[in-house]
Write a protein that binds this ligand. Structure first.
Ligand SMILES: Nc1nc2c(ncn2[C@@H]2O[C@H](COP(=O)(O)OP(=O)(O)OP(=O)(O)O)[C@@H](O)[C@H]2O)c(=O)[nH]1
Length: 220
């Protein structure tokens, strides 16, 4: 028996909830607007609470509907944003590469997300780290790509990318990378569940109304 079990009808898009977190001013709203409407606002206002937009994306010949939640990064809006973390499929931890303190704070954002989304430690949750404003000059840069990669390695995060919402560099790629990361996490979870079901004691009497993650699996 092989392969992961796809339980959804093939004509339905998978809906993925993506939450974008990071300090106020790093460009979360601009990233979402660049991705959804290919638009950039030089004078973007601070977000109050949360806003969300949907956008379809094709990855590996499958279409996914991303429900993107743009949150308010300012500390005073914490109680307005945290109730929306639960049920997220992907978390985008965002900083601005010309703002070192926003980079240092991604640890705080990760912890805040884990706590309010109720994600257990050691869970392979699909985080992606995004260093935005890559259009700035070298003189203005405060966080190197090496620092980004080192932080991700130390924190067990496999996906990181530098973007510019301003000139659209890597924005599509960041969301695509996020979905690919989610797919890897899903297939790992499926494998773990199937490993469990493979080791069920067949001599033990089982109830008739049991459910199995591997129901409908086919031999290939
Ligand atoms: N140079 C440059 N500026 C950007 C980029 N993305 C956003 N900005 C600017 O950064 C400022 C803040 O952008 P927002 O998208 O509102 O930031 P935010 O993270 O949503 O901020 P909060 O809503 O307060 O959490 C705006 O003036 C944007 O024009 C980028 O890629 N490059």
């Amino acid at each position: 028996m092989s392969g992961r079990v796809n339980m959804r009808p093939s004509n339905k898009n998978t809906l993925l909830k993506v939450v974008i977190l990071g300090d106020g001013g790093v460009g979360k709203s601009c990233l979402m607007n660049r991705f959804v409407s290919n638009h950039f606002d030089e004078h973007s206002f601070h977000t109050i609470g949360v806003e969300f937009l949907n956008k379809d994306i094709e990855v590996d010949n499958e279409t996914y509907t991303l429900q993107i939640w743009d949150t308010a990064g300012q500390e005073r809006f914490k109680t307005l944003r945290t109730p929306f973390y639960r049920g997220s499929d992907i978390c985008m931890l965002t900083y601005a590469i010309d703002d070192k303190s926003s980079f240092r704070n991604i640890t705080m954002w990760k912890n805040e997300f884990m706590y309010y989304a109720d994600i257990k430690e050691n869970t392979h949750f699909p985080f992606i780290v995004v260093g935005n404003k890559s259009d700035i000059s070298n003189e203005e840069r405060e966080v190197s790509q090496l620092e980004l990669e080192t932080w991700c390695n130390e924190n067990g995060i496999a996906s990181c990318i530098e973007t510019s919402a301003k000139n659209a560099s890597n924005v599509q790629e960041a969301f695509k990378m996020a979905v690919q990361h989610w797919l890897r996490a899903e297939s790992r979870a499926d494998r773990n569940d199937c490993t469990y079901s493979d080791t069920v004691d067949l001599n033990k009497k089982q109830s008739d109304n049991r459910s199995s993650c591997c129901a409908g699996a086919t031999d290939e």
